[in-house]
Design a protein around this ligand. Sequence first.
Ligand code: NAI
Length: 422
Amino acid sequence: MTLRGRCGIVRAVPRSQALLLENIHASAHEELRRADIDVHTHAGGLAEAALIEALRALPGDGPLILGIRSKTRVRAAVFQAVPRLLAVGAFCIGTDQIELAAARSAGVAAFNAPFSNTRSVAELVLGEIIMLVRQVFQRSVGCHRGEWNKSAVGSHEVRGKTLGIVGYGHIGSQLSVLAEALGMSVLYHDIVPKLPLGNARPADGLFELLALSDVVTLHVPDTEATRGMIGAAELAALRSGAYLINASRGLVVDIPALRGALESGHVAGAALDVFPVEPARVGDPFVSELRGLDSVILTPHIGGSTEEAQASIGREVALALLGFLSGGVTTSSVNLPIIDAPPRRDGGCRIINIHRNVPGVLSAINRVVAESEVNVVGQNLGTLEDVGLLLVDIPLAAADPKAQELAQAIAALPTSLRTRIA
Ligand code: NAI
């Protein structure tokens, strides 16, 4: 890519390189290539030393972005060893594999894909609601055993039944809309006040929701407050003959208590996609006290595992990385201050400065800007803990020597961690 400067100088801007590991979906490659980024791939994960070597071996001296899934750990040593690394994209939901604080201190942005598989989870749960209420699994297992139970007893339509949604976030609220389309009434419980969609209404606490729902489905994160949140007391508070679904996190439900409630018949059936302990790899044995119960649908944590979700994750994270690369936008960053600034469209450029958030840092930057006599047409600042992100929009092209000088002067401040022009 080349940029035409104000004085007619045509300057080569170093090409950006992306290293995508762990078979990240082709949708990510497409988005990055469309933005003129060179994409390099490696099918598996990489251990730290190999990762550093692979990043250092990327051609040119332009910025680097790294794409990983869950197998590659990105620790402080990587940020120290590869100063060209600008951002890391976790093409999944979890970000435990990245040392986020170390990335922030190094001025490296990290992104993930928080809602690319929302719809997939909501659809799985919707299907399970019907399967449970119609006893499809029991009847299917019966047929496999050679039994022919054609009776209507215990089978119901979902229309007119009440669905209780615990956790009315991305998945819970999406499910709310789908369930209402099936004719269900929706009650929800959340610790944060949430806008009810459609005709859904908030319950007066978890226990009211449990008492009034025909099917209860859990969509909360894994926190101290949610671990064990559905135990013996909560199961006892369910309507007799109600169903329970958990596609959130395994520790939310007390499994021995659930087994007891299922065996007593108080809970008519359950569907679980997540478990307190899950096999580490495909092919490892699955152990659960719920195995062998016909009224329980067990699935191997596949709520978000659809081809559509994978494609969507590829696009979502690639676009987040590109937004950061081209304009310092951090809307979905998990470790930097969030700045949702529109991209520059007026031929001017943006100086992107990540700095240590210490007293006096802004006055030092503003002094440098004032001395440059360059007009500032827009400024955005975000701070998070010890780090600040500042976007300074100026009406000069990126290759203009005055813009370059200003960026260099800001970069030279002792508080600056990363400074670049986009
Ligand atoms: P989200 O963050 O959008 O929504 C979670 C909601 O739970 C928020 O509204 C929050 O206020 C609420 N909440 C938190 N603590 C609560 C409490 N103690 N009581 C009641 N409500 C509480 O999350 P999202 O995207 O909807 O995901 C929900 C869960 O689904 C997460 O645990 C996530 O890990 C899991 N998940 C599972 C997948 C699977 O494959 N089975 C795939 C994707 C997500």
